[in-house]
Unconditional design. Sequence first.
Length: 280
Amino acid sequence: MKKIALLMGLALATSATAQNRFDDVNVEATKVASNVHMVTGAGGNMALMHGADGVLLIDDQYQQMAEKISTKIKDLTGESVRYLINTHFHGDHVGSNMWFKEQHNSTIMAHDNVRKRLAADDDFNPAGLPALTFDSTVTLHINGDTVHVFYLPDGHTDGDVAVWFEKANVLHPGDLFFNERFPFIDLGSGGDVEGYIDNAETLIAKINEDTVIIPGHGPQATKADYQQFVDMIKATKAEVDAMRDSGMALEDALGNGLSDEFKPWAWNFITEERWIKTLY
């Protein structure tokens, strides 16, 4: 009994700690077009569109952030979220799905593979599963704009979509763009380095110098920022490929490291060591 009580106490303490780390996080909104905002908090960046046809939200961060995000949206628009699009299945992008479904009655949309992965996760509440899924593209004619949602296979995961607000000229590429940092490529969930590069280049080819980019992570960006990010991936990949092709073992490659110019791209989640392992 003492052991069970101890385990329960540890579980409660862990849960409390997980909640506490969000207590001081503020949700901020930055206007990037006439009716589009970039919304930040904890987790992946969100995009918010509002107008006569209702509120459209791209991604919704962790479940612990749901109420704060909802409050910010209602402060900005006075409305509930009518449509919610998940760019992929990771918890820092879909964690508040259940809240928006139950509290806002939002219609949740995502690629087929996102629903499949979430449905297979015993820890994910089925109430938050996307109700509308697609295998390739979907287009929303909403709030005076045409919003294109299109699938980009085998990049960050196997369920990535990007969202382009055509008239507003705003792109949300999900986690196919980590601005100013090494990306996380989920190799265990259909992610692929070459596919990631191809997908990013596909998106870059669709936009222009005036396009505002809301990256999955990091500050608001431009086409030039996105190109610099892709160039970094290609350059670091070339360095790791050369080390591996010369017969250098992974341990030695980690010891050798990348060129100094790439040091600033490392961060707490994807360190230089973890990025080399991904590329190797």
